[in-house]
Design a binder for this molecule. Sequence first.
Ligand SMILES: [Zn+2]
Length: 348
Amino acid sequence: MMSDRRDTKGKSFHHSELFASIPPTCLPIVYHPNYNITFMGLEKLHPFDSGKWGKVIHFLKEEQFVSDENLVEAREASDEDLLVVHTKRYLNRLKWSVVVASITEIPPLMLLPNSLVKRRVLRPLRTQTGGTIMAGKLAIERGWAINVGGGFHHCSSDKGGGFCAYADITLAIRFLFDRVEGVSTATIIDLDAHQGNGHERDFLDDRRVFIMDVYNHNIYPGDGFAKRAIKRKVELEWGTEDSEYLQKVELHCEGALNELRPDVIVYNAGTDILDGDPLGGLSISPQGIIRRDELVFRAARRRGIPILMVTSGGYQKKTARIIADSILNLHLQGLIGADGSGSGPSAE
Ligand SMILES: [Zn+2]
């Protein structure tokens, strides 16, 4: 049953399953098998490993970092949850298969009944969106959290695109601002190869949100209007390699966090910067990605700022292994751990 409640900030808000409490025995790593999109071979038509999320978990289990017992199971975002950011008009448009086909860039979807599209495509994306919102709360409680999916940074409140149907980053931040005492500012560090025009449009004139975006400026979306929201904009050229990339990420990450100390960091850790990515157009090595994630977590942890990581774009066959290796490296470096402090290697 939905009922109005009052949060700690005294405002009325709907009851959301996404803010239910999580047992302390769980690691703040959020996932659900429903994240993965597979049906009738349609997923093979997309330049896209649509099962990458499950593979990341598979590798993390192999290394015995996570288990079914200590993972946090994501819940699907409800309409009411989505309406915290999205317009009714936008959610209604998703009831047309042709609209979903265009947003996800899977043209054959337009031929399918919407009930099927809803079950096999929108539900995975809604579950990942729920995962990001849940991870936001966990990041505040534990100092860090990772949603193994999410990072739909091209979607804004009333427009989807570039495979992004729900604005999970905007939603996670809005949930925290509305419902968590002491959280009133956020920094988005968007290191996916593409410009994050969705959250940029949503927070265009919102001084509570500081956006840093590092992207290849020659590719999609080239959203000049949204760029006005970026406080630290780093535009990369085709084929940018590790040393230049990492130098820029470190410089601007430190600079952004020195300029404004936020209550929370949302880190959009897209891996489509990887050399050979058909969409990203950059030439970063697997080691470069692992080093990048470490730089960002180090910058956050050194300042004691809670960090929420989402995995965003990057769908080559080898991507899942790199994401898993990066998470294992964060653990090895003592930047994430079971004790939640993140200040040193966890006691196990
Ligand atoms: Zn991307």
